[in-house]
Design a protein around this ligand. Structure first.
Ligand code: FES
Ligand SMILES: [Fe+2]
Length: 414
């Protein structure tokens, strides 16, 4: 993100902090709990947002060089994504053209060709069928017509996109909109280095999982012993971009940074920046790490979802260098004990990531499973979204609008 924009947002966060304000949705709304339990609705959302909607497979760094590949099967189509010898990204259906076996089940790896484990047909990483074992048994098979089935795909702004339908339309600029596209471009995500992945398969609907990333109101209670020691709860900068939005949270190191010259300010050190891409993607920047979260419904069990959390190092992020007298040793063990006289510079990125995932799993998603149980009970017919939870208003209204449902009703007391 451009430095001028970072300074603008940091000033907004400081203003919020100093005046005890936060982002304001301007209204309170009611969200029916059937959103999280209705099977017919789940079928409609699957068709609209997963089966027939562009999906983010990862950041460019997940396929770091020619020959890199990765697989996944999260939205109804087994995917084999590759980077061919020319560096071109492809997304194929991970199914052999003989009788459909998966070519590989490895999550990540390096290979220029894939030999099917079933009967040994071989394919290049650009999809061409190279070899048919005992080919005389298949007569005059046309290799040009029996390559891997390729899906529409595009690598843009450092993200890997695919459309799950062969005839689907992938227009990334139309999908993101001009303003968000420019902002994402400025983050130079193509330079993020892939570090690994955590997968959380939990008993909560994907939208409840999504909701946990949409507000900071819970920080001072649910995360009182963890994230709230690092980030200010109840302080939020919020911006919408069509169906997408951006949250900026205030880090306690902001209290050190405010004493420094503006040209040294760095938003990922002043807080956390979280982009939400409709319907199921979060990109979170915190210090020099980035986390990409994608949340998928479980088609058999509406109250279950899978979150794929990919970790990256962001090499180009501007480091915030605090004054020497403010630098206390913040170790991996006491990261959450950091006070506003400590600096984040000593933090091991992998430790931050581990704590991020552990907090999401043991606090956010744990609470989400309780929320799901309440919805499942049928005894609570709605949840409330307060004025301080604008991202929840935004997501659910967009979700409803896309499915032809009326907007969330305003809560008028009672
Ligand atoms: S299914 Fe792949 S070679 Fe038979
Ligand atoms: Fe949380």
């Amino acid at each position: 993100m451009q430095q001028s924009m970072q300074i603008e947002i940091i000033k907004e966060l400081l203003d919020h902090l100093d005046n005890k304000r936060t982002a304001d949705a301007g209204r309170i709304v009611v969200n029916p709990t059937s959103t999280y339990t209705d099977k017919a609705l789940a079928e409609r959302e699957w068709e609209a947002f997963f089966k027939n909607h562009p999906q983010v497979l990862g950041m460019s760094g997940e396929l770091p060089k020619p020959g890199s590949y990765m697989t996944m099967n999260d939205f109804g189509v087994p995917i084999l994504a590759t980077r061919d010898e020319h560096g071109q990204f492809h997304a194929f259906v991970n199914a052999c053209r003989h009788r459909g076996a998966e070519l590989t089940t490895e999550a990540h790896g390096d290979k220029n060709r894939f030999t099917c484990p079933f009967h040994g047909w071989t394919f290049a990483n650009d999809g061409r069928l190279l070899g048919v074992r005992q080919s005389d048994q298949f007569g005059k098979i046309d290799k040009n017509c029996n390559g891997l089935i390729e899906l529409p795909s595009e690598e843009k702004y450092g993200l890997l996109f695919v459309h799950p339908q062969v005839n689907g339309t992938l227009d990334i600029d139309a999908l993101l909109g001009e303003e968000l596209a420019a902002e994402l471009a400025a983050w130079e995500l193509h330079r993020c280095e892939y570090q690994g992945e955590s997968v959380l398969d939990k008993p909560l609907n994907w939208k409840i999982a999504n909701d946990t990333f949409g507000e900071v109101y819970h920080f001072n209670s649910l995360h009182s012993n963890t994230l709230a020691n690092l980030l200010h709860g109840d302080t939020l900068s919020y911006k919408e971009y069509g169906r997408h939005h951006r949250l900026c949270l205030a880090n306690k190191y902001l209290d050190i940074m405010r004493q420094q010259p503006e040209e040294q300010w760095s938003l990922p050190y002043a807080g956390a920046v979280a982009y939400y891409l409709f319907p199921n993607v979060q990109i979170v920047f915190l210090t020099s790490m980035a986390v990409l979260v994608r949340i998928y419904p479980n088609r058999k069990e509406i109250g279950q979802s899978l979150s794929r959390v990919s970790h990256y190092r962001v090499p180009q992020v501007q480091q915030f260098v605090p004054p020497a007298d403010k630098v206390n040793a913040v170790t991996n063990e006491n990261i959450y004990d950091a006070t506003n006289t400590s600096a984040p510079m000593d933090l091991d990125v992998s430790a931050v990531l581990e704590l991020f995932v552990s907090t999401v799993e043991h606090e956010d998603y744990y609470m989400g499973t309780k929320t799901q149980s309440a919805a499942n009970s049928g005894k609570i017919d709605h949840f409330l979204f307060g004025r301080n939870e604008p991202a929840l208003h935004h997501f659910h209204n967009n979700y409803r609008s896309a499915l032809g449902m009326p907007p969330l009703e305003e809560y008028r007391g009672g």
